[in-house]
Design a protein around this ligand. Sequence first.
Ligand code: ATP
Ligand code: MG
Length: 321
Amino acid sequence: MTTQLSLLTPSGHLTLGNLLGALRPLAARQEAYDTRVGVADLHAMTTAHDPALLRARTRELAVLLLACGLDGSTLFVQSRVPAHRLLTYLLECVATTGELGRMVQFKEKGRAEPSTRASLFTYPVLMAADILLHAPQQVPVGDDQRQHVELTRDLAQRFNRAYGPVLVVPEVVVPAAGARVMDLQRPTTKMSKSVGADGDGGVVRLLDPPAVVRRKVARAVTDSDIGADAVRSDRATKPGVTNLLEVLVACGGSADGVTTYGALKKAVTDAVVAVLDPVQRRYAELLAAPDHVDAVYARGEERCREVTAPVLAAVERALGL
Ligand code: ATP
Ligand code: MG
C-alpha cells in the first residue's frame, strides 16, 4: 500500500487553510493509502519558544487531527519517535551549507541575525528526515512547502548515489482544490497559523466560534476595481474576492446568484461555519475523552517506531556506522 505523510507544526492554532489544503485531502485518501500524520513539535523550536505553550499547542493540534476525521490514519507526535532526530544528524552529513542557505524561509526569517537559532538553519534537514524515514511515495503539500520537499528529493538522490540505494525519493503532490487559502486581511499572503494575535483578523481558526467567523469574513478585504462590487475571480486585480470565491467552493457552497460582496460574504460565512461545526463538536467530545486520545497516539507512535527503525538502520549501515 502506498504511504502518504504529512506533518503539521504546533506554531499556532490550526486554520481553515490547514484544513482545506492539508487535512481534508489527507482524510479523503486515508483509507486508500497508509496515511501517517504527525504533530511536528520539534519544528516549533526553531525560534524562541515557551515550553508550556508548546505543550498546550501540541495537545490541541493532536486532538484536532482526530476531530478533523483522521482517525483512520497513524497519528503521532514527532518527538516521541526518536528516529526523527537521529536521522537528522546523519542527513546533515549529506546536506551542504550552500543549499540550506538558499532556503527561502531561512533567508526571510533569520539569515542576518546572529541570535538566530542554528535549528532554523538546519530544520529543512529535520523535515527531510521526517519524510525519508517514512518513505512515502507521495507527499501532499501546499505550494509553500515545495522548496523543502525538493531539497528532500535532492538529499535522498545524493545519498543513494554516494552510499547505495537506501532512501525512497518521494513525489510532490499538490492538491487541486483549495490548495492555497489566502489571509482575509492580506489576500496576496497565504493564511498561516503562526500569524500573531494582532494580525489575527485575516486568519480563520478551526476553533473560531460562528460569530468570530462571521466577523472575520465580514471584515475581509475585497477589492475596489472599476465596477467594484463585481463578484468574479481575477487573481491579479481582485485577490480578495477571488479568495472568498475559492473558499466558498472548497467549503461546498455555490456562487450561483451571488451578485454583491455582501451576499458573497454571507454565503462564505455559512459555508465555513457548516464545515467547522462538525469539527468543533467532535473536538469537544474528544476533550472529554483524553484517555482515548492518548491511546490513539500511543498506538500510532509505537507503529512509527517499528516502521522507521529499519530505515534508520539501513542508513547507518550504508554510512559505515
Ligand atoms: P506556519 O505559519 O507555522 O508555517 P502554516 O499554517 O503554514 O503554519 P504548516 O504547519 O506550515 O502550516 O503546514 C501544515 C500543512 O498545511 C502543510 O501541508 C501546508 O502546505 C498546509 N497549509 C498551510 N497553510 C495553508 C494555506 N493557507 N492554504 C492551504 N494549505 C496550507
Ligand atoms: Mg507554513
